[in-house]
Design a protein around this ligand. Structure first.
Ligand code: PLP
Length: 395
Protein backbone atom coordinates (compact mmCIF):
# COMPACT_ATOMS: atom_id res chain seq x y z
CA UNK A 1 0.00 0.00 0.00
CA UNK A 2 1.40 3.37 -0.99
CA UNK A 3 1.41 5.85 1.88
CA UNK A 4 -0.76 8.27 -0.10
CA UNK A 5 -3.45 5.63 0.24
CA UNK A 6 -3.19 6.12 3.98
CA UNK A 7 -4.31 9.76 4.07
CA UNK A 8 -7.90 8.65 4.55
CA UNK A 9 -7.04 6.48 7.55
CA UNK A 10 -7.03 7.48 11.21
CA UNK A 11 -3.92 8.49 13.15
CA UNK A 12 -3.67 5.10 14.90
CA UNK A 13 -3.69 3.29 11.55
CA UNK A 14 -1.07 5.54 9.98
CA UNK A 15 1.11 5.15 13.09
CA UNK A 16 1.25 1.42 12.40
CA UNK A 17 1.20 1.27 8.60
CA UNK A 18 2.55 4.49 7.05
CA UNK A 19 5.91 4.52 5.33
CA UNK A 20 6.54 0.78 5.03
CA UNK A 21 8.87 -0.22 2.18
CA UNK A 22 8.72 -4.00 1.96
CA UNK A 23 11.71 -5.75 0.39
CA UNK A 24 11.66 -8.70 -2.02
CA UNK A 25 11.89 -10.96 1.08
CA UNK A 26 8.30 -10.09 1.98
CA UNK A 27 9.05 -9.34 5.64
CA UNK A 28 6.03 -8.26 7.69
CA UNK A 29 7.85 -6.16 10.31
CA UNK A 30 10.04 -3.35 9.02
CA UNK A 31 13.58 -4.48 8.17
CA UNK A 32 16.75 -3.00 9.65
CA UNK A 33 19.08 -2.11 6.78
CA UNK A 34 22.44 -2.28 8.56
CA UNK A 35 24.57 -1.20 5.63
CA UNK A 36 26.62 1.94 5.13
CA UNK A 37 26.43 1.94 1.33
CA UNK A 38 24.39 0.52 -1.56
CA UNK A 39 25.61 -1.06 -4.81
CA UNK A 40 24.64 0.05 -8.30
CA UNK A 41 23.89 -2.03 -11.39
CA UNK A 42 26.38 -0.12 -13.50
CA UNK A 43 28.55 2.98 -13.72
CA UNK A 44 25.71 4.71 -15.52
CA UNK A 45 23.29 3.80 -12.69
CA UNK A 46 25.73 5.16 -10.10
CA UNK A 47 26.05 8.44 -12.01
CA UNK A 48 22.27 8.78 -12.36
CA UNK A 49 21.71 8.25 -8.62
CA UNK A 50 24.46 10.66 -7.58
CA UNK A 51 23.14 13.37 -9.87
CA UNK A 52 19.64 12.90 -8.48
CA UNK A 53 18.31 12.02 -11.93
CA UNK A 54 17.17 8.61 -10.67
CA UNK A 55 15.92 7.96 -7.13
CA UNK A 56 17.49 5.27 -4.99
CA UNK A 57 19.79 4.58 -2.09
CA UNK A 58 23.39 5.77 -2.22
CA UNK A 59 25.00 5.96 1.22
CA UNK A 60 23.44 5.75 4.68
CA UNK A 61 24.60 9.19 5.77
CA UNK A 62 21.58 10.45 3.82
CA UNK A 63 19.68 7.51 2.30
CA UNK A 64 18.78 4.42 4.30
CA UNK A 65 15.49 2.53 3.89
CA UNK A 66 14.88 1.97 7.64
CA UNK A 67 15.51 5.63 8.40
CA UNK A 68 13.28 6.59 5.46
CA UNK A 69 10.43 4.44 6.79
CA UNK A 70 10.63 6.29 10.13
CA UNK A 71 10.76 9.67 8.34
CA UNK A 72 7.71 8.88 6.20
CA UNK A 73 5.71 7.56 9.13
CA UNK A 74 6.46 10.59 11.31
CA UNK A 75 5.69 12.96 8.41
CA UNK A 76 2.33 11.20 7.97
CA UNK A 77 1.56 11.63 11.68
CA UNK A 78 2.57 15.31 11.86
CA UNK A 79 0.83 16.07 8.56
CA UNK A 80 4.03 17.33 6.90
CA UNK A 81 5.29 16.80 3.36
CA UNK A 82 8.84 15.91 4.37
CA UNK A 83 10.78 14.65 7.36
CA UNK A 84 14.52 14.44 7.99
CA UNK A 85 15.62 12.19 10.85
CA UNK A 86 18.70 13.11 12.90
CA UNK A 87 21.01 11.56 15.47
CA UNK A 88 19.47 13.46 18.41
CA UNK A 89 16.96 16.18 19.21
CA UNK A 90 19.80 18.68 19.50
CA UNK A 91 21.13 17.83 16.04
CA UNK A 92 17.60 18.35 14.67
CA UNK A 93 17.60 21.88 16.11
CA UNK A 94 21.16 22.51 14.92
CA UNK A 95 20.22 21.34 11.41
CA UNK A 96 17.29 23.76 11.25
CA UNK A 97 19.50 26.65 12.36
CA UNK A 98 22.39 25.80 10.02
CA UNK A 99 20.13 25.32 7.03
CA UNK A 100 17.95 28.40 7.51
CA UNK A 101 20.10 31.10 9.17
CA UNK A 102 22.94 33.28 8.02
CA UNK A 103 25.02 36.10 9.45
CA UNK A 104 22.93 39.13 10.39
CA UNK A 105 19.74 37.17 10.99
CA UNK A 106 17.87 37.19 14.27
CA UNK A 107 16.14 34.39 16.19
CA UNK A 108 13.42 35.09 18.74
CA UNK A 109 12.99 32.22 21.18
CA UNK A 110 10.92 31.48 24.25
CA UNK A 111 12.58 31.75 27.64
CA UNK A 112 12.65 28.41 29.37
CA UNK A 113 13.27 26.33 26.26
CA UNK A 114 15.06 23.03 26.89
CA UNK A 115 18.34 24.18 28.51
CA UNK A 116 20.64 22.78 25.84
CA UNK A 117 18.59 24.49 23.10
CA UNK A 118 19.10 27.78 24.92
CA UNK A 119 22.84 27.09 25.16
CA UNK A 120 23.05 26.18 21.47
CA UNK A 121 21.44 29.49 20.50
CA UNK A 122 23.26 31.60 23.09
CA UNK A 123 26.77 30.18 23.10
CA UNK A 124 27.19 28.94 19.51
CA UNK A 125 24.86 30.64 17.04
CA UNK A 126 25.79 34.07 18.36
CA UNK A 127 29.46 33.34 17.43
CA UNK A 128 28.43 33.29 13.78
CA UNK A 129 26.72 36.65 13.74
CA UNK A 130 23.18 35.46 14.52
CA UNK A 131 21.41 37.58 17.13
CA UNK A 132 19.18 35.80 19.65
CA UNK A 133 16.42 37.34 21.76
CA UNK A 134 14.54 35.48 24.49
CA UNK A 135 11.01 36.45 25.52
CA UNK A 136 8.55 35.00 28.07
CA UNK A 137 6.74 32.20 26.20
CA UNK A 138 3.19 33.47 26.75
CA UNK A 139 3.87 37.24 26.58
CA UNK A 140 2.70 38.04 23.04
CA UNK A 141 3.46 41.75 23.42
CA UNK A 142 7.08 40.80 24.15
CA UNK A 143 7.16 38.56 21.04
CA UNK A 144 5.75 41.44 18.96
CA UNK A 145 8.32 43.84 20.37
CA UNK A 146 11.23 41.46 19.72
CA UNK A 147 10.33 40.49 16.15
CA UNK A 148 12.01 42.66 13.50
CA UNK A 149 10.57 42.24 10.02
CA UNK A 150 13.33 41.55 7.53
CA UNK A 151 15.81 40.47 10.23
CA UNK A 152 13.96 37.89 12.33
CA UNK A 153 14.00 34.56 10.49
CA UNK A 154 12.91 32.05 13.14
CA UNK A 155 10.63 31.99 16.16
CA UNK A 156 11.33 28.96 18.37
CA UNK A 157 8.95 27.66 21.01
CA UNK A 158 7.99 24.58 23.02
CA UNK A 159 4.45 24.05 24.25
CA UNK A 160 3.65 23.06 26.95
CA UNK A 161 6.79 24.56 28.46
CA UNK A 162 9.08 22.67 30.79
CA UNK A 163 8.73 22.45 33.77
CA UNK A 164 5.83 24.87 34.40
CA UNK A 165 3.55 23.50 31.62
CA UNK A 166 2.60 26.92 30.24
CA UNK A 167 0.67 26.53 27.00
CA UNK A 168 1.61 28.81 24.09
CA UNK A 169 -0.89 29.78 21.37
CA UNK A 170 0.59 28.29 18.20
CA UNK A 171 -1.90 29.94 15.83
CA UNK A 172 -1.21 33.36 17.28
CA UNK A 173 2.59 32.98 17.07
CA UNK A 174 2.36 31.57 13.54
CA UNK A 175 0.41 34.65 12.43
CA UNK A 176 2.97 36.94 14.07
CA UNK A 177 5.85 35.05 12.40
CA UNK A 178 4.26 35.14 8.96
CA UNK A 179 3.42 38.84 9.19
CA UNK A 180 7.18 39.43 9.56
CA UNK A 181 8.13 36.90 6.87
CA UNK A 182 9.66 34.64 9.53
CA UNK A 183 9.07 30.96 10.28
CA UNK A 184 7.60 29.41 13.43
CA UNK A 185 9.48 26.36 14.74
CA UNK A 186 7.66 24.24 17.35
CA UNK A 187 9.51 21.64 19.42
CA UNK A 188 6.66 19.10 19.76
CA UNK A 189 8.53 16.83 22.15
CA UNK A 190 6.07 16.98 25.07
CA UNK A 191 2.82 16.43 23.17
CA UNK A 192 3.97 14.41 20.15
CA UNK A 193 1.65 14.36 17.11
CA UNK A 194 -0.66 12.06 19.07
CA UNK A 195 -1.80 15.08 21.11
CA UNK A 196 -0.86 18.16 19.06
CA UNK A 197 -0.19 18.88 15.38
CA UNK A 198 1.53 22.26 15.13
CA UNK A 199 1.68 22.27 11.30
CA UNK A 200 -2.12 22.20 11.12
CA UNK A 201 -2.15 25.21 13.47
CA UNK A 202 0.13 27.20 11.17
CA UNK A 203 3.64 26.33 12.40
CA UNK A 204 6.21 25.95 9.60
CA UNK A 205 8.49 23.33 11.10
CA UNK A 206 8.15 20.74 13.86
CA UNK A 207 11.20 19.40 15.62
CA UNK A 208 11.43 16.33 17.81
CA UNK A 209 13.68 14.73 20.29
CA UNK A 210 12.69 11.17 19.33
CA UNK A 211 14.65 10.15 22.43
CA UNK A 212 11.58 10.98 24.51
CA UNK A 213 8.01 9.84 23.77
CA UNK A 214 8.57 8.65 20.18
CA UNK A 215 10.81 5.91 21.56
CA UNK A 216 8.81 5.94 24.77
CA UNK A 217 10.92 3.39 26.59
CA UNK A 218 14.18 5.27 27.13
CA UNK A 219 16.39 3.27 24.78
CA UNK A 220 17.71 5.32 21.85
CA UNK A 221 18.84 8.82 20.96
CA UNK A 222 17.34 10.45 17.88
CA UNK A 223 15.56 13.46 16.47
CA UNK A 224 13.56 14.69 13.49
CA UNK A 225 12.52 17.78 11.55
CA UNK A 226 9.13 17.85 9.77
CA UNK A 227 7.78 20.47 7.35
CA UNK A 228 7.30 21.32 3.70
CA UNK A 229 9.24 19.66 0.89
CA UNK A 230 11.28 22.72 -0.02
CA UNK A 231 12.42 23.71 3.47
CA UNK A 232 12.84 20.25 4.95
CA UNK A 233 13.12 17.90 1.97
CA UNK A 234 15.60 20.14 0.16
CA UNK A 235 17.28 22.65 2.54
CA UNK A 236 17.47 20.70 5.79
CA UNK A 237 18.12 17.46 3.94
CA UNK A 238 20.96 19.24 2.15
CA UNK A 239 22.56 20.15 5.49
CA UNK A 240 22.14 16.60 6.82
CA UNK A 241 23.67 15.13 3.67
CA UNK A 242 26.65 17.46 3.97
CA UNK A 243 27.22 17.57 7.72
CA UNK A 244 26.12 14.04 8.69
CA UNK A 245 24.13 14.23 11.96
CA UNK A 246 22.53 11.00 10.77
CA UNK A 247 20.12 8.67 12.58
CA UNK A 248 21.29 5.06 12.76
CA UNK A 249 19.05 2.43 11.11
CA UNK A 250 18.75 0.51 14.37
CA UNK A 251 17.52 3.57 16.25
CA UNK A 252 15.12 4.37 13.39
CA UNK A 253 13.69 0.86 13.75
CA UNK A 254 13.18 1.31 17.51
CA UNK A 255 11.35 4.60 16.82
CA UNK A 256 9.20 2.94 14.13
CA UNK A 257 8.10 0.43 16.74
CA UNK A 258 7.59 3.26 19.24
CA UNK A 259 5.28 5.12 16.84
CA UNK A 260 3.06 2.05 16.55
CA UNK A 261 2.00 2.41 20.20
CA UNK A 262 2.31 6.21 20.46
CA UNK A 263 -1.41 7.03 20.54
CA UNK A 264 -2.11 4.37 23.17
CA UNK A 265 0.81 5.41 25.31
CA UNK A 266 0.08 9.15 25.17
CA UNK A 267 -3.52 8.48 26.22
CA UNK A 268 -2.31 6.37 29.15
CA UNK A 269 0.40 8.90 30.17
CA UNK A 270 -2.27 11.64 30.13
CA UNK A 271 -4.71 9.57 32.21
CA UNK A 272 -2.13 8.79 34.87
CA UNK A 273 -0.91 12.40 34.93
CA UNK A 274 -4.41 13.81 35.45
CA UNK A 275 -5.11 11.42 38.33
CA UNK A 276 -1.78 12.32 39.95
CA UNK A 277 -2.24 16.07 39.40
CA UNK A 278 -5.68 15.99 41.08
CA UNK A 279 -4.35 13.88 43.92
CA UNK A 280 -1.35 16.17 44.44
CA UNK A 281 -3.70 19.17 44.77
CA UNK A 282 -5.26 17.46 47.79
CA UNK A 283 -2.00 16.74 49.58
CA UNK A 284 -0.80 18.71 52.61
CA UNK A 285 2.44 20.59 51.90
CA UNK A 286 1.73 20.91 48.17
CA UNK A 287 1.49 24.64 47.42
CA UNK A 288 0.70 24.49 43.71
CA UNK A 289 0.26 21.93 40.92
CA UNK A 290 1.04 22.79 37.29
CA UNK A 291 -0.84 20.63 34.77
CA UNK A 292 -2.79 21.92 31.74
CA UNK A 293 -5.54 19.36 32.40
CA UNK A 294 -6.53 21.04 35.67
CA UNK A 295 -9.40 23.52 35.27
CA UNK A 296 -7.50 26.16 37.28
CA UNK A 297 -4.44 26.03 34.97
CA UNK A 298 -4.12 29.53 33.43
CA UNK A 299 -4.24 28.17 29.84
CA UNK A 300 -6.55 25.22 30.44
CA UNK A 301 -8.97 26.30 27.68
CA UNK A 302 -6.22 26.93 25.16
CA UNK A 303 -4.71 23.52 25.95
CA UNK A 304 -8.11 21.87 25.50
CA UNK A 305 -8.52 23.55 22.10
CA UNK A 306 -4.97 23.10 20.83
CA UNK A 307 -4.24 19.60 22.17
CA UNK A 308 -6.32 16.43 22.15
CA UNK A 309 -5.15 15.57 25.69
CA UNK A 310 -2.90 17.11 28.33
CA UNK A 311 0.20 14.89 28.29
CA UNK A 312 2.42 13.28 30.89
CA UNK A 313 4.39 16.17 32.45
CA UNK A 314 3.23 17.44 35.85
CA UNK A 315 5.10 19.78 38.13
CA UNK A 316 4.28 20.83 41.66
CA UNK A 317 5.80 22.96 44.36
CA UNK A 318 6.14 22.12 48.01
CA UNK A 319 5.72 24.83 50.63
CA UNK A 320 8.73 23.38 52.49
CA UNK A 321 11.18 24.53 49.78
CA UNK A 322 14.28 22.62 48.70
CA UNK A 323 14.52 20.57 51.92
CA UNK A 324 10.99 19.21 51.47
CA UNK A 325 11.57 18.62 47.74
CA UNK A 326 14.77 16.66 48.27
CA UNK A 327 13.15 14.72 51.15
CA UNK A 328 10.30 13.67 48.84
CA UNK A 329 12.72 12.61 46.09
CA UNK A 330 14.92 10.66 48.46
CA UNK A 331 11.94 8.82 49.97
CA UNK A 332 10.82 7.39 46.60
CA UNK A 333 11.57 3.73 45.96
CA UNK A 334 9.93 3.23 42.59
CA UNK A 335 10.21 6.52 40.72
CA UNK A 336 13.56 7.10 38.98
CA UNK A 337 15.65 10.11 39.94
CA UNK A 338 16.70 11.13 36.43
CA UNK A 339 16.24 14.10 34.13
CA UNK A 340 15.01 12.05 31.17
CA UNK A 341 11.32 12.18 30.31
CA UNK A 342 8.80 10.51 28.06
CA UNK A 343 9.44 7.02 29.35
CA UNK A 344 7.13 4.23 30.56
CA UNK A 345 9.04 4.65 33.83
CA UNK A 346 8.04 7.65 35.93
CA UNK A 347 10.92 10.06 36.56
CA UNK A 348 11.34 12.92 39.05
CA UNK A 349 13.69 15.92 39.03
CA UNK A 350 14.34 18.99 41.15
CA UNK A 351 14.77 21.63 38.40
CA UNK A 352 16.37 24.33 40.62
CA UNK A 353 19.41 22.12 41.35
CA UNK A 354 19.61 20.11 38.11
CA UNK A 355 18.19 21.18 34.74
CA UNK A 356 18.00 24.86 35.77
CA UNK A 357 20.94 24.80 38.21
CA UNK A 358 23.20 26.85 35.96
CA UNK A 359 20.83 29.83 35.96
CA UNK A 360 21.54 32.61 38.44
CA UNK A 361 19.09 32.68 41.40
CA UNK A 362 17.55 35.88 39.92
CA UNK A 363 17.02 34.32 36.47
CA UNK A 364 15.64 31.18 38.07
CA UNK A 365 13.23 33.23 40.14
CA UNK A 366 12.18 35.22 37.04
CA UNK A 367 11.54 31.93 35.23
CA UNK A 368 9.28 30.79 38.09
CA UNK A 369 11.52 27.87 39.09
CA UNK A 370 11.18 27.87 42.86
CA UNK A 371 13.30 25.86 45.30
CA UNK A 372 10.32 23.69 46.22
CA UNK A 373 9.42 22.81 42.60
CA UNK A 374 9.50 19.18 41.42
CA UNK A 375 8.90 17.87 37.90
CA UNK A 376 7.38 14.49 37.18
CA UNK A 377 7.35 12.72 33.85
CA UNK A 378 4.46 10.43 34.63
CA UNK A 379 4.99 6.91 33.32
CA UNK A 380 2.72 3.96 32.79
CA UNK A 381 3.09 2.18 36.13
CA UNK A 382 -0.04 1.73 38.27
CA UNK A 383 -1.06 5.20 39.41
CA UNK A 384 -1.85 3.81 42.87
CA UNK A 385 1.76 2.71 43.25
CA UNK A 386 2.94 6.15 42.10
CA UNK A 387 0.74 7.92 44.66
CA UNK A 388 2.09 5.71 47.38
CA UNK A 389 5.68 6.37 46.29
CA UNK A 390 5.17 10.16 46.23
CA UNK A 391 3.11 10.22 49.39
CA UNK A 392 5.67 8.94 51.90
CA UNK A 393 6.80 12.38 53.06
CA UNK A 394 3.61 14.31 52.28
CA UNK A 395 1.29 12.77 54.87
C1 PLP B 1 15.46 16.28 25.30
C2 PLP B 1 14.96 17.45 24.58
C3 PLP B 1 15.66 17.98 23.49
C4 PLP B 1 17.00 17.44 23.03
O1 PLP B 1 16.90 16.16 22.55
P1 PLP B 1 18.10 15.08 22.61
O2 PLP B 1 17.51 13.91 21.93
O3 PLP B 1 18.41 14.88 24.06
O4 PLP B 1 19.25 15.69 21.89
C5 PLP B 1 15.09 19.05 22.81
N1 PLP B 1 13.91 19.58 23.19
C6 PLP B 1 13.22 19.10 24.24
C7 PLP B 1 11.92 19.73 24.61
C8 PLP B 1 13.71 18.02 24.97
O5 PLP B 1 13.02 17.57 26.03
Amino acid sequence: MDEHDLDEFAFETRAIRAGIERSAQGEHAEAIYATSSFVFESAEEAAARFSGERPGNIYSRFTNPTVRMFERRLAALEGGESCVATSSGMSAILSVCMALLRQGDQVVAAQGLFGTTTSLLNQYLTRFGVAVRFVPATDYAAWAEAIEAGRTRLLIVETPTNPLTEVVDIQKLAAMAHAADARLIVDNCFCTPALQRPLALGADIVIHSATKYLDGQGRCMGGAVVGDAETVGRDIFGFLRTAGPTLSPFNAWVFLKGLETLALRMRAHSENALVLARWLQQQPGVARVHYPGLPDHPQHHLAAAQQSDFGGIVSFSLSGGQAAAWRLIDATRLISITANLGDTKTTITHPATTTHGRLSPEDRHAAGIGDGLLRLSVGLESVDDLMQDLGRTLA
